[in-house]
Structures are given as structure tokens and as C-alpha cells.
Design a protein around this ligand. Sequence first.
Ligand code: GLU
Length: 295
Amino acid sequence: RSIMKSLGKLRKIFAVGVTVLMAVSLFAGCGDEKKSADSGKSSNVAEDIAAIKKRGVLRVGVKNSTKGFGYQDPATGKFTGLEVDLGEALAKKLGVDVEYTPVTAATRTALLDSGDIDMVAATFTITPERKKSWDFTTPYYTDHVGVLVEKASNINSLADLKGKVVGVSSGSTSAKALVEAMIKAKVIDGEGFDPKNFDAATWTKGVSFKQYADYPAISTALTSGEVSAFCVDKSILAIYHTDDRTFIKEEFAPQDYGLATKKGSGMSKYCEEAVQGWLKDGTIKKLMAKYKLDK
Ligand code: GLU
């Protein structure tokens, strides 16, 4: 109860809508960063790490409705998930508290660019295009893209999606992944498809898209019939998979998730070293088991 009280107090200290949790000792062995690690180095790369330490808080952008990765309990405000734990472990390593900011596919990069958050841990797929603008760590998880439909629609496959309108999130890889999968499956011929300049907003050959700011909006659009299908990574779709909905039989386009940071920043190096360590020492594996992501 007193922990809850002090948590409540802490929350008030920081901005509304952001839940703050003390970096607790869940990650034995990750918290003994040498105090002298940054001393004597005045490179730019060390500066952002020093700034985070001075601030005393690591700001992490996470999902708030992706169970197992980033999920915020509406009743308690508490964040849970593998990516939430990674953020907490990094904060612990840095010796600071952690502050979570809910992000979407549409908002995460702007929040990183503006410096509102120090890093993104939010089912963020590593792509060659994105790597030009941000640094990504080695992948810590791989998911596939899937398509969720209403059972009553009788859509069961990529072939059944021909001519349909599909709901996707703005700023996501989903639409391009679906078009590529439909081309591969020879459902559409792919004439005019240019992977480098693909735009979900203007693609109409064999399938078309409506883009939404967040996933609850796509789920509502699926119910109302505004779209015939909901396409994104299966981990994200899981929470919207109700009894009257089903996945089409195909899944495609493996999505490698990495922690994203500002290009060339100290955080990039810090995160990469941390992820490498966690992949080696079994931390990631344990978290996957903890959140049942290892099936
Ligand atoms: N993981 C995909 C992406 O990065 C889906 C969007 C999302 O993460 O919300 O584009």
C-alpha cells in the first residue's frame, strides 16, 4: 500500500498521461554499470548518456495496447510487456528511473526526433529505409504480418482479399507487406509496384488501403464494415482477435523488432551492447517465456 502511495506521488511529479515506475531490481546482473564508464570521454556520443543520467530518467516510447510487448492496464496505469521490461532494464543499467510514453506507429519517430523520448521499444520493425534515419539494435524478436477478418465475411486467404479495402496503421510496414505477399501468391500481378516508393494511400491495384492513426480505430472500422480486413503484425492483432473474428490462413513478411534511437547517438551504442548481452545471457529468452511469446 505504501509502495502504491509513493508510486502515486511519483506519477504526479511527471507529466500527466505518463506512468512512472521506479527501476526495480528485476534484472539481477544488469545493474552494475561502472561509475567511471563515461568519465574522461567528452565525445558527443557520451553526451546524451550523461544528459539522461543528469536528468535521472530514461524516457522510453512503448506501445500501450500490444499485450506481451507494451501494454498499459487501464485500471492501474501500469505498463507490462517484454519491451517495457527492456526499457526498465536499460534504465537500471544507467542507474536512472524509467518513464514510459505511449507511442503509435504514426507518432514514435517524431517523438524520438524531437527528443521527447530517448528511445523507442515499440514493435518497431527494422527496415533498410528506416535504418537511414534511425539506429536500430540487433533484433530481439521476430513476428509475422497477419490479416484479421470477421468470420462472417468468408475471407480466408490472400486470394479472398482481391478487390477489398484493408485497414492499416499510418507509418507501418503492413500495406507494403500485404501487397508483396499478394504478388508472391500471384493473387495480383504487381504491375506498377515499386518497393522503394510504395504508398498505401495511392495503391489501388487489386487491393486498397485505409490508414488509421491507431489500432483501436481499425478494429472499429472492421466491425462497422468500413474495411474488410485488418492487417498488421500478429502480435499486435492478438488483442483484437475476438470470437467472431479469424486470421486468414497465410502469414508473411517476417518483422524483426529492434530498439530504435537517434542516429549516431550514445544511446544507440548503449542499447546495442545491452541487447547483445541480453541475447547472449538468456534475458530475452526468459522475457519471451514470461510473456508467452515463445510458442
Ligand atoms: N511493426 C510494424 C512496423 O514497424 C507494424 C506497425 C507497428 O509497429 O505498430 O511498421
